[in-house]
Write a protein that binds this ligand. Sequence first.
Ligand SMILES: Cc1cc2nc3c(=O)[nH]c(=O)nc-3n(C[C@H](O)[C@H](O)[C@H](O)COP(=O)(O)O)c2cc1C
Ligand SMILES: CCCCC(=O)C(=O)O
Length: 385
Amino acid sequence: MDSLKSLVSVKDFEREAAKNLAKGAYDYYRAGANASVTLQDNENAFQKLYLKTRVLAPRGPVTLETTIMGTKVNTPICIASTAFHRMAYPAEGELATARAAQAYLHTPIKLSSWSTTPLEDVAAQAPDCLKFMQIYLSKIPEVNKDLFMRVKNAGYKQLHLTTDTQILGKRENDVRNNFSLPPGLTMANYNKYQKSHGEEANIKSSGKDSGLAEYVKNHKDANIGWEVIGEMKRASGMPVVAKGVMCAEDALIAIENGADAIFVSNHGARQLDTTPATIEVLDEVIQAVRSSPRPTVEVYFDGGVRRGSDILKALALGAQAVFLGRAILWGLAAGGQKGVERVLEILNEELKEAMMMTGCSSIEDVRKKGKTLFYAEDEIYRPRL
Ligand SMILES: Cc1cc2nc3c(=O)[nH]c(=O)nc-3n(C[C@H](O)[C@H](O)[C@H](O)COP(=O)(O)O)c2cc1C
Ligand SMILES: CCCCC(=O)C(=O)O
């Protein structure tokens, strides 16, 4: 392993991770849907937004402190939900990710419901972090109900319902590789339900398709609509966030149905290919929320974030928090807990540098309209078509 200090960007971490990962694991983490057009676009679209340099501007010390749904956090940069961390770092998986979050600024962390470590064990490693739980619903209602109670008891503060995965996007390498979980790994939150309810906790391809696509077809509840947000709120007593919103229409429907926050995401470009990049729809979604009956609903963001300047741009457009998917996985595969800590450090430091050079000393400053971004004829970005 190269010394982690010699890795200075998220791209460096991806190269290092690729050396450590088995082909099937790297292919899975890297995958976009179909031709991966949006995978590239998610990263590249940030380049269409230009930052406004401010020189010799008075500035005090820079702080990244902000709030997420009323809770104070040290940084708006959060860890996104990605499945199966023990494929990246078998010894500790999600435990290493959570320890890194705890060690570096008490970074807010979201766990995938398809983690390879039980949610209670992960929560115990990040006692001082704001914790969110991502939810995929099982076809078995009692499993979902019990899961919500476990999540709440373990100290997670929000449920993030992933709304864009009724069917699985076609990730071509996963189909070619007949993606299966490596022996010994399971969807650990479901181990208990395998015994009690006959729920499947393993992912094993039949040899005809990606095992993940087969699992989604056979075990995930695809028969849900927007009413599920209210049902989840009632069953859990927790705020529910709609993750996967990509247009104004869906933002408004989510708000009508009681969503407590809106999460702009195209699932890291792994579901529908040739959608816009997430940064391209962020403004549309935020404007819709601000003109809705509940204008103060927060908007969270992920997709293609590889640089501190990407984060600055999402915050400047009005995102309350910005989440990292693959960047964290590359850190984990390159160096376990220390690798994740270093990725978090790189991006937090890059964000601070970008703030200093745009004359911002706080996240509040970043959000002031027109302060950090160039605007063209009052449009924040020019649509491609
Ligand atoms: C390998 C991998 C696994 C993922 N697993 C989940 C998951 O279990 N649940 C979920 O809601 N999103 C999942 N996502 C999507 C992420 O939460 C997030 O939306 C996406 O990774 C953000 O894009 P980025 O990777 O470019 O940062 C996954 C993404 C990747 C790359
Ligand atoms: C239903 C998919 C589970 C993992 C995931 O979200 C992903 O691979 O993108």
